[in-house]
Write a protein that binds this ligand. Structure first.
Ligand code: SF4
Length: 444
């Protein structure tokens, strides 16, 4: 069995037959965008496997691919067709719509840049997969601002790390590693899990076994809203005698830290999670009067953070926005995709998910255009509405691209492992835009 290897810049192990000219590999499968791992290609079976470390999510995602150029073709209502036919049908569906919804938005920078003018041309409302979680952070940011840290700052400087509401290992499996827990750059590090810890006992024990790392769990007092509110009061220096001693001690620990970082994950927050985000920002603000502190939010995977950044550059507004008859509109509550679909407020859906074949569109009977990996085609079969499926490449696997990391300031290059010969979201959206423009010129 022979291997070719695409590897990250920090790997120390070597594997058989690294191919000349290979570029570093960045994992596109969660908000951390790790660049310290590699991918080996088994040239016999052409399967892809993770190298240089372990991550269940990355391994499961890589197992969906093989190195063969894809033979997948577009389809209309489940019947294979040419790309030209699929684009023509998709253009017809979008032009016939009075209010389309662009959902999912799982793409890279180039894909989002190409979707934006298409959304403007069709008046589409744009709402990503997990839009409610994105709004938790955005609404808190819009209301009061924030201090946030990068992953590198946390890894190299944070002496106290508090996980708010538990450890988000389900959202970002290597969160401990990327926060530098056990990394000798910070010799003494205190890690506190505020909230449920029963599901991550093995992880906490592993962290506690590393030199210089002290781990503790602080249970909630009431719910997460109650607990972070009390912590905010205590950190501000006000007296709260009824607060549990463990919470009082946590406030003292944060006040005594050189650089405390509060790590949370919007996708794990309950409804109205923006209130938790605001309370965390209040804690950080209080701490920054006397020491140094920041928040780190783990979310925006599947290209969601990237789409939000790009739409904000291009329009000045985040997602859950549209260019409609009244100009640019941002509606953080009304433009919830679930609400729009349930209310019959949209009449066509363009669904984009180029990283995750399992992130299929929500059940609906609307005319639908889906841009997804080939493995998503079977998940889009239905009998209650016209469907155009166009298989697209996955950036970081079958094509190059760029993706924003969870900390928002770092744009990671995605280098392909092989060429799958599928179109990118940018190419498909660009051709749709050209077809719609041409059709409008013809009918004008
Ligand atoms: S933690 Fe996330 S980015 Fe890192 S290897 Fe796992 S899935 Fe990929």
């Amino acid at each position: 069995m022979a291997h070719r290897l695409r590897q990250g810049p920090f790997m120390t192990e070597t594997f058989a037959l690294p191919s000349a000219g290979d570029s570093p590999w960045t994992c596109p499968f969660c908000p951390l965008a790790c660049d310290h791992l590699g991918v080996a290609v088994d040239t016999t079976s052409q399967t892809l496997t993770l190298q240089g470390g372990a991550c269940v999510r990355a391994s499961a995602a890589l197992a969906q691919f093989n190195e063969r150029p894809s033979a997948a073709t577009p389809s209309i209502d489940g019947q294979p067709c040419s790309l030209d036919s699929a684009l023509q049908a998709a253009e017809g569906l979008l032009r016939a719509s009075r209010q389309p919804l662009f959902g999912g938005l799982g793409t890279d920078v180039a894909g989002a840049r190409a979707l934006y003018p298409l959304a403007c041309a069709t008046g589409a409302i744009c709402e990503p997969l997990g839009g409610a979680a994105l709004m938790h952070g955005l609404r808190a940011l819009q209301d009061r601002g924030q201090f946030t840290a990068t992953l590198s700052e946390v890894r190299t400087r944070a002496d106290v790390i508090v996980f708010i509401g538990g450890v988000p290992a389900d959202v970002a499996p290597l969160i401990g590693l990327r926060c530098g827990i056990g990394d000798a750059q910070v010799p003494q590090r205190r890690v506190v899990v505020l909230g449920p810890s029963s599901g991550c006992q093995a992880l906490l024990e592993a962290w506690a076994g590393q030199g210089g790392v002290q781990v503790e769990a602080v249970p909630l007092d009431g719910d997460l809203f109650d607990t972070v509110s009390q912590l905010a009061v205590l950190v501000s220096g006000r007296s709260l005698p009824a607060a549990p001693p463990a919470l009082q001690q946590l406030a003292a620990t944060l006040r005594g830290a050189r650089y405390g970082v509060l790590v949370g994950s919007p996708p794990r927050l309950p409804a109205n999670g923006a209130l938790v985000v605001e309370a965390v920002h209040q804690i950080v603000g209080s701490l920054n009067r006397s020491t140094r502190a920041a928040a780190l939010w783990i979310g925006g995977g599947n290209g969601v953070a990237t789409a939000n950044q790009v739409f904000a550059w291009l329009s000045g507004l985040p997602l859950r926005s549209r260019l409609g008859p009244r100009g640019l509109e941002h509606e953080p509550l009304l433009f919830d995709a679930g609400r729009l679909l349930a209310d019959g407020a949209v009449d066509a859906l363009l669904w984009v998910s180029s990283f995750d074949a399992t992130a299929a569109p929500p059940a609906n009977a609307l005319p639908m255009v889906v841009l997804g990996p080939p493995g998503m085609a079977s998940r889009c079969l239905r009998s209650d509405g016209p469907t155009v499926f166009i298989p697209v490449t996955t950036p970081g696997i079958g094509s190059d691209g760029h993706l924003f990391r969870t900390d928002g300031t770092v744009l990671m290059p995605l280098n392909r492992v092989f060429s799958d010969h599928l179109p990118t979201v940018a190419e498909v959206a660009g051709r749709l835009m050209a077809a719609i423009s041409q059709a409008e010129r013809t009918t004008a």
